[in-house]
Design a protein around this ligand. Sequence first.
Ligand code: TXA
Ligand code: MG
Length: 331
Amino acid sequence: MSAGIVPVDAAAIARAAALLRSGELVAFPTETVYGLGADAGNADAVRRIFAAKGRPADHPVIVHLAAPVDAAHWARAVPDAARRLAEAFWPGPLTLVLPRAAHVSDAVTGGQDSVGLRVPSHPVARALLAAFRGGVAAPSANRFGRISPTTARHVADDLGDGVALILDGGACDVGIESTIVACLGDDPVLLRPGGIGIDRLTRVLGRAPRTAAAEAPRASGTLASHYAPKTPATLVAPDALHAEIRQLAARDERIAVLARTVARRGEGAGAWVQAPADAAAYAHELYASLRALDAAAADVILIEAVPEGPAWLAVRDRLARATRGEDDDRD
Ligand code: TXA
Ligand code: MG
């Protein structure tokens, strides 16, 4: 076990809460991905997150809460739609963007008039929040532009000495980030698909949330930047995958593949991760698989496209981001 990573017991939780109280950063597991936490009530501590991640300071961070009732402290209004979503999905992988309360610092909101709130369900996150007794501002615990971490080791590889303590809660269940819904007016808006599927949101809201990109109050994504994974990654239709591999192999390209289908012997792919057929299992493994393929010293990562349909929405979103030259959500 490397410096910084600690197994979770009562003493580790107490130490982590004390570090947060003194303005230090603590990485902790949630059911989605690992978070890099700071005391959300301490603007200097929150600013440290941006330094550790190498992230622009005008990007907002999600405030993690111990209990749904705490939302009233951080939001100046909790519209009816938000209340229903919170009742249905908290604790769990849902973030609600609500009108911010006056005391919430610009370091947390990125200067916007809204604040992102989430009550995580992971037992370690819950124990930490209960011990700390305050809001914990936490983005995913990766360097800006890199793949979100789903194990303590991923966090240590990315952030190293930039974090005082990493609580090791094993691999994250969901494996991709929370669903983000903005509830600022009458009309809930899906800002990011994630751990809670759109069909479940629709059942609770009585209608599908609007999906928006351009008008959403979110961090600007126009910065050109390096990209995660570092190896160029391309989406390929399932029926074109094997021909594409043979063609690249004929040009001596080193190929790494993420696909739900099985590898064919002798075809030319150097590394092959076979992904689960089921969407939830696929999401659970996705980021660890991308990290492994990125480490395979390939010239290109080919990713077999996944099915259409609502069950795969969040996975399709992450694959699209992973295969674009420039991303609009590298937080
Ligand atoms: O599952 C998750 O949500 C994980 C775990 C650690 O909770 N957190 C996470 O945080 O993914 P981060 O910072 O990597 O991504 C959060 C996204 C960012 O794109 C940020 O711009 C957006 O949420 N966001 C946060 N507050 C917002 C706000 N007030 N308005 C609009 N977007 C917001
Ligand atoms: Mg992130």
